[in-house]
Design a protein around this ligand. Sequence first.
Ligand SMILES: [Fe+2]
Length: 461
Amino acid sequence: MSPKSSSHFPSDDSDYLSGFGNNLSSEAIAGALPHGQNSPLVCPLGLYAEQISGTSFTAPRKLNQRSWLYRIKPSVTHEPFKPRVPKHDKLVSEFSQVNSAVNPTQIRWKPVDIPEEPTDFVDGLYSVCGAGSSFLRHGFAIHMYTANKSMDNCAFCNADGDFLIVPQKGRLWITTECGKLQVCPGEIVILPQGFRFSVDLPDGPSRGYVAEVFGTHFQLPDLGPIGANGLASARDFLSPKASFERESRPGYTIIQKFGGELFTAKQDFSPFNVVAWHGNYVPYKYDLSKFCPYNTVLVDHGDPSINTVLTAPTDKPGVALLDFVIFPPRWLVAEHTFRPPYYHRNCMSEFMGLIHGGYEAKADGFLPGGASLHSCMTPHGPDTKTYEATIAQGNDAAPHRIRDTMAFMFESCLMPRICPWALESPSVDHDYYQCWIGLKSHFINTAENTGLQNNGCTDAE
Ligand SMILES: [Fe+2]
């Protein structure tokens, strides 16, 4: 691909459209959008009208998502899809005993090395774990990517679900049918199901995390008693403005992920030929530093749900197919309280990653670019060093500001199966369990000291 200057990829917030779930509209050429209807007999500028639906046509209005794209040639103008050669054998969209395993052990991965050989975003993407099925429209997959080169004369389209990408190293310059986005580490981007996009890597070696959800879309969490403001603000979500390529692109390849398998189709033009669009089904990004965290101000550690940025819901109220939760810089002020996360077992499963800095519950071993998986009902919590250091501070700990960190969690109600290459990866930290083995008993048996034993029964007389 020819080198692109940064001027093609907007860096200023004002270069984007602001809002979450809004009905937006954008014209790269004034007058390109039809007025009064979506599909005129002849569209302005001779463009083709094309709808992309993110929900079924009959979804309730408050959930319905679709956009109208006005493009130089319609997406259908391509040769038949064929299985991609070479096959990509590390993408899973239907987790089963055939392609993945279950393992309740706490698992931690060290950062995976970025390959030396030329690798683009698609080839560098690999599934780690997940549950459910894209075919049945219920489930999720967690992927990671390590890559070092831009996609060349091709675009990716994920028919299976929405991608939530968390770059950890290296910026992403993402061209979409709705326009261009620059996404830096510390930001996230959502690429909804079906949108064609291409990823350039201006910084070369790049690494990151991807959550994929099947059959639903991310939404802002309800705020309940917090009120009308706080956590992620709708106005801080940014969508691209329309931009288009009109040049002929012989041999251009559309790579379609469909049921976890890759297919390719040739066409002679860029899919990024949308001159104008309107609707509420669009790619968007969010800068995690804009998150407004809430926290306990007297006692006890809040549940991590207080830091939910986005949630992909299930049909059960309050039960997420996948929550995206962050642990940003913030003050810890709780009195006579164990301030790090408490020890716990969770009916949900938790995959964590670290973008930069450290994580408050792990003194060492959990590194930027690494990951951990604590599955359903598997116990976890602070490591021994963190516990002992916290207790040593006693009750007089002053307010403390956690600085220079950004950890996150993908949390799901489904039980993840793990891909074999992730379980067998040389990055697996086989000593992870050791971080808790040193936790010693601090039990003071007062009954023993006084000669009293309580058998749990109450004497009748
Ligand atoms: Fe947890």
